[in-house]
Design a protein around this ligand. Structure first.
Ligand code: AHG
Ligand code: MN
Ligand code: MN
Length: 318
């Protein structure tokens, strides 16, 4: 029998059929995000050439002036989303304020995004990503993470991978550059219950409070853990999703609230990890239950395999 590999578009359409009242609006929005991801992925591939082309005052393959990748990714997502007709408001890590779609073209969704996560990795040709989080339109733009309709990330690594989580499922897709489609590569993602990798910026050790130091001593003396830290949350979470373990960005003496942003980084990743059977905590609470106060609000985070996060909680509360 003819065997067709499912694509991200197939899954989005299948889920639209499951939603009885669906109008097609969410499908259009996800198709637009998918297009943006492909364009950013193509630019990421050429990012090593930016300086060379920049010096010559050249334009790139799209006949655009060469621009920094994080600015470019932000501008592209802003434009695509505002013109999609499906969006009421957007908020980006690169912008200080919420942007509202003009009334004539406004839709029913709110999208938060981190257009280029791990941007300090660009110069060393290391992994980077894009994170997005979708909510229904509400008079209150800043909503609890548990209200998310869907969330996902795109990891620009050796392959471009798209992780998409909705209330129905979580699946992973790999971009086939030959046909320009995201092909289903990790159906019904389920993360390991426990892993042996921990991931945090240990350069901050002296700034951590006692419970975090105690937890780190536990990890190191247990002789079962390996350390891995890429410095791009998308890449560190992706490894945690596939191989299990724990990722942390705790509060410290310098970053008193932690570093990662609740609405742009922590909540989409917590939604994704929960859908895959994992767990996230922030100050002893599920971050998805935190009432947000601003777009740039930061919170501490421990996230990963259930058993690892439970072990973290046990040790910091001893
Ligand atoms: P961004 O590039 O979007 O500003 O995010 C960087 C974030 C996150 O991706 C990563 O986990 C963390 O910052 C790394 O921070 P440190 O350099 O402090 O370890
Ligand atoms: Mn980021
Ligand atoms: Mn960013």
């Amino acid at each position: 029998m003819f065997n067709h590999i499912k694509t991200l578009s197939d899954i989005i359409l299948e889920e639209e059929r499951k939603a009885k009242t669906a109008s097609g609006s969410f499908t259009i929005l996800m198709m637009q995000i998918q297009d943006a991801a492909k364009i950013i992925a193509s630019h990421v591939r050429c990012s090593g050439l930016v300086d060379i082309l920049g010096k010559t005052g050249n334009k790139n393959a799209y006949d655009e002036e060469v621009q920094k990748l994080d600015e470019y990714s932000n501008d592209l997502l802003v434009k695509i989303l505002l013109e999609s007709g499906q969006v009421f408001a957007i908020a980006s890590e690169e912008l200080p304020d919420i942007i509202y779609t003009p009334k004539s073209n406004a839709g029913n969704y709110i999208v938060f995004f981190d257009p280029l996560d791990g941007s300090s990795n660009i110069d060393s040709n290391s992994p980077i990503g894009t994170i997005f989080s979708i909510y229904h339109r509400n008079s209150n733009i800043l909503q609890k993470g548990e209200n998310q309709v869907a969330a996902g990330y795109i990891l620009y690594g050796p392959s471009t991978v798209f992780i998409y989580a909705s209330k129905y499922s979580i699946n992973g897709f790999t971009l086939d550059p030959a046909i320009g489609s995201f092909l289903l590569s990790s159906p019904n993602l389920k993360m390991p219950e426990k892993g042996n990798i921990y991931s945090l910026n240990e350069g901050n050790y002296e700034l951590y409070d006692e419970p975090i130091k105690r937890y780190l001593t536990h990890l190191k003396t247990s002789k079962t853990y390996k350390a891995r830290y890429i410095g791009a949350m998308v890449a560190d979470i992706h490894r945690t999703l596939l191989r299990g373990g724990i990722f942390l960005y705790p509060a410290d003496a310098k970053n008193k609230e932690g570093k990662l942003r609740l609405l742009l980084e922590v909540n989409p990743m917590s939604f994704i990890v929960e859908k895959a059977g994992g767990m996230a905590v922030s100050n002893g609470k599920n971050p998805l239950s935190i009432e947000p106060t601003s777009i740039s609000q930061r919170v501490p985070i421990a996230i990963g395999s259930k058993e690892n996060v439970k072990e973290f909680l046990k040790i910091i509360h001893e």
